[in-house]
Design a protein around this ligand. Structure first.
Ligand code: GUN
Length: 295
């Protein structure tokens, strides 16, 4: 039996429709236009394409968006100065600094400089701490997108064995934390595997829900999962180029073989990726509502 495909493209389309209506209502009833600024340092092609997709989506939803691209040699002080400017700018509700940053810039210093009320990435320690405590905050976009994918495709998580592969600050650690909380798409028993895990296969084979976020193409094979598993593949690995120069992408999970065993699976592309951008828009709208005293 072949798995049901969880389409992030379709689910994010539905959420974007909801957001578009919410943005229109905010403008009409309250004169509020949510504003987002994206800041990219350097010319990494993958980062360029993510940032331009974020701005394009914002524009399509009626969100005011500004895109700042700085040369790779930009100093940390210059970047901090720019963040300070946007922290004080009332038109801007969300500030996103695209990661990774060039090596000479201290990433933590930059992320900590963003006003937590404008931290639509959910990377500031104030938001990370609130998330951990289950308080209202900006949830990091990729984990937030995974929760929505699970909820909107009818996956029960309560009491289930969730196995997460990868302990990054952006995905692995937050999604593991969110899925064990008392909340929708939570209440799971969570195991987080990483490079020092003794027997990862032992864990993946008993997972009811497997979330792979390691950045290794096709790492998880069919013999490492059990029949009926729900697979969320966060990997976006560039494995080659087409003749026209377009990147060929692969997930962390070997899709063709694993889909024959899974009950549900996200594809790459078209799975988690589109959700990350959509949740950034959701967070930006939330930031605008909060700034306007509407919640
Ligand atoms: N680089 C890869 N993923 C992300 C993300 O979610 N936010 C930012 N700012 N940079 C990233």
């Amino acid at each position: 039996m072949s798995a049901e495909i969880i389409s992030g493209t379709e689910i994010s389309k539905a959420i974007k429709e909801e957001l578009k209506a919410e943005v229109a209502e905010l403008a009409e009833k309250h004169g509020v236009v949510p504003g987002l600024v994206t800041i990219l340092v350097g010319d990494d092609p993958a980062s360029q394409s993510y940032v331009s997709a974020k701005n394009k989506t914002a524009h399509a939803l009626g969100i005011h968006s500004e895109q700042v691209t700085l040369p790779a040699e930009t100093s940390e002080e210059e970047l901090l100065g720019l963040i300070d400017k946007y922290n004080k700018d009332d038109k801007i509700n969300g500030i996103l600094v695209q990661l990774p940053l060039p090596k000479h810039i201290n990433e933590a210093r930059v992320l900590y400089a963003i006003d937590p009320d404008k931290d639509v990435d959910g990377f500031h320690p104030v938001n990370v701490g609130k998330m951990m405590l289950g308080e209202k905050c900006f949830l990091p976009c990729t984990p937030h997108g995974i929760l929505e994918l699970l909820a909107r495709s009818g996956v029960e998580t309560s009491g289930k064995e969730v196995v997460v592969l990868g302990r990054s600050n952006i995905v692995g650690k937050p999604i593991a934390n969110l899925m064990l909380q008392k909340r929708e798409s939570g209440n799971a028993t969570v195991t987080l595997c990483h490079t020092r895990t003794k027997d990862t296969d032992f864990h993946t084979r008993r997972a009811d829900i497997l979330i792979a976020a390691v950045g290794v193409p096709n790492l998880v094979k069919a013999d490492q999962v059990k029949e009926g598993v729900v697979v969320i593949d966060v990997g976006v690995n560039r494995v080659g180029k087409t003749e026209s120069g377009k990147a060929i992408l692969a997930g962390d999970v070997e899709f063709e073989s694993v889909k024959e065993k899974a009950s549900k699976i996200t594809p790459v592309p078209g799975g988690v990726g589109p959700m990350t951008i959509t949740m950034l828009m959701k967070n930006t709208v939330q930031a605008a509502r909060q700034a306007a005293g509407l919640e």
